[in-house]
Design a protein around this ligand. Structure first.
Ligand SMILES: Cc1cc2nc3c(=O)[nH]c(=O)nc-3n(C[C@H](O)[C@H](O)[C@H](O)COP(=O)(O)O)c2cc1C
Length: 283
């Protein structure tokens, strides 16, 4: 078995790298380890051409390291994804990679169900609301079974090593990944009022319900003490946005249909575009 560690920080031997390596060390009790610094990859922005969906026989037209990245992931049985927090969320390299995920269309099964864990680091608590939810939905969008995640807080490169609790947590996360890969039962823990799928602690409130905008799951707000707690619908949790069925449905019932619809509407759209083509502000 093989575990791939992904480090999304430029800082060599920084907090992300040492925690990913700590988790990898625990997983190495039963798996071979490979490490990839995502910042070494040349990844360009998705151009939105949709060729990967509408002409799946032709590869993505962008000539960069995306295929190499997908191949590394395909060859590994498990994943440790680590990232720092930049302005409340993980750095842009992860969004660049995620925006290319339509390339998986037609080969989604390469990743579906493989186990993964996520490690986020940040300077200080309260300043990283999107880090763990983003890392988890990155994994889920690529089809992984996200079995655990953690957040550590330390500003200086490698300073997290002085926080023994976080180092231990990373080690436990690596052991949990290995256990899940070996088919042993692992508990997916979510704190109170936390999305059980992605770990978000922010919700859209609609009437007496709270809904996770990332995973499309929610539950009733039930009075508890002076406040409320969310009781998630167990049925809804089985059908969150990132399940194989929902993703497939999104592809076939929505994305693929947009192509046909657009071709029918195109003459009308082009006629309306003419006005804007004449406005050459970019000359
Ligand atoms: C550009 C930039 C933006 C940052 N933004 C945040 C932030 O919004 N919240 C936070 O808690 N820490 C922030 N940090 C601190 C890093 O998340 C923190 O130092 C982390 O440990 C870096 O991990 P690394 O050593 O693996 O690079 C920022 C750091 C940089 C360089």
């Amino acid at each position: 078995m093989k575990v791939l560690g992904l480090v999304a920080s430029y800082r060599k031997f920084g907090n992300t790298e040492v925690l990913v390596k700590e988790a990898a060390l625990a997983a190495s009790a039963g798996a071979e380890i490979d490490l990839l610094r995502l910042t070494d990859l040349k990844i360009e922005s998705c151009k939105g051409c949709m060729a990967c969906v509408f002409k799946p026989e032709s590869k993505c037209l962008i000539d960069d390291d995306m295929e190499e990245f997908l191949e590394k992931m395909r060859l590994a049985d498990g994943l440790i994804l680590g990232a720092p927090t930049y302005v409340l969320a993980p750095p842009g390299i992860l969004k660049l990679l995620l925006d290319r995920f339509l390339m998986l269309y037609g080969r989604y099964d390469d990743f579906r169900g493989k186990k993964a864990v996520a490690i986020g680091v940040a300077g200080l608590p309260g300043w990283a609301p999107f880090t763990v939810p983003f890392l988890n939905y990155f994994l889920l969008a690529f089809g992984y079974d996200a079995v655990g995640s953690m957040m550590a807080f330390s500003p200086g490169p490698g300073e997290v090593l002085l926080d023994e609790r976080s180092v231990l947590e990373a080690s436990s996360l690596g052991a949990k990944l290995l256990a899940a890969m070996q088919g042993r039962p692992v508990e997916k823990k979510a704190g109170p009022n936390t999305c059980p799928v992605c770990g978000a602690e922010f919700f859209a409130i609609r009437s007496n319900r709270a809904e996770c905008p990332i995973c499309n799951v929610g539950g009733r707000l039930v009075p508890e003490g002076d406040g409320f707690s969310i009781v998630f619908d167990p049925q809804g949790l089985q059908h969150h946005r990132w399940t194989a069925e929902e993703m497939k449905r999104h592809f076939t019932d929505w994305i693929l249909q947009t192509g046909k619809r657009y071709m029918e509407l195109r003459p009308e759209i082009e006629a309306r575009k003419a006005k804007y083509r004449r406005l050459r502000y970019d000359q």
